[in-house]
Design a protein around this ligand. Sequence first.
Ligand code: IPM
Ligand code: MG
Length: 354
Amino acid sequence: MKEYNIGIIPGDGTGGEVVAEAVKALKTLTEVGGPKCTLVYYDLGGERYLKNGELLPDSVLAELRDMDSICLGAIGHPDVKPGILEQGVLLQLRFELDLYINLRPVVLFPGVETPLKDKGPEDIDFVVVRENTEGLYTGSGGFLRKGTPHEVAIQESINTRSGVERCIRYAFDYCRKRNRKKKLTLCGKTNVLTFAFDLWERVFHECSKDYPDIEIDYAHVDATCMWMVKNPEFFDVIVTDNMFGDIITDLGAMIQGGMGVAAGGNINPEGTAMFEPIGGSAPKYTGLNKINPIAAICSVQMMLEHLNENDSAARLLDAVKKVVNNDLKSMDAGRMGYGTEEVGDLVVKYLKDE
Ligand code: IPM
Ligand code: MG
């Protein structure tokens, strides 16, 4: 039986509540024959920062580097200026651990309501591979003459040949392994961002020669948003840069039933990975037992898949599908018909039933 060291970062707001339910599912899986996990908790986030100014201490980073995987709840605190925790903790983890893939499935589970008219689970089933360490997120740029009427603000999109290529190759490999429509769509903006997406497009076409079994397709980011609403069934795997990936996956979360079900993985295919529900810390629901833990539980499901614990991953997916189909009234916080903990208990019940 395999054993894993898992770093747990509950983070801010409702992060702790949803992570607790994800951990409950993980522990239940161990009881029913799944892998043994040693959980190591880290109190990164707003409270620690407000107390002693620490964001991501080197000692914590060094420990996280050695983890087999990491589970994150949410980062973002109402008393901390926007940007500080996001950049100092979440983005710093992505950069320092070189988690260059952000894998975000957009899957509508049976029984979950989508705002898209006449679309069902057979139409909404694709995966976004978002580049996670470059683009507009590197912090490259700066001010000139700040605070004057002649102020200049520059924010540069950094796209390296190697960074683009490793992301695109991962997407091709993922598409092949997924083995569905075997279609990879590059989402860009070649008509305006004529440097950055020229590079992306060239690398995309070069790499495609190594994947003759994968159909390739291209869509501008604005058109991608349109198709995601109008014909989501067109997509199988989408590969895109950091900023566009950020934006289209919020749209993706909505068409799959909301932030309550949307999960993602920050992955270094050669190293560690960090899994998270993609919604934020939802301060207004903190401590109320109202937030939906399904996204966090799905993020653990992705973690198990990533660790190649396929039996446990399949078992957990099955349990989640039963809960959303049989029990929950809605995916939205406060409208599920159950509290956060009760939803976790339902997942546990189905895990034990099987
Ligand atoms: C996400 C979030 C982050 C991002 C924020 C919190 C920095 O929106 O994970 O999608 O922009 O990447
Ligand atoms: Mg986002």
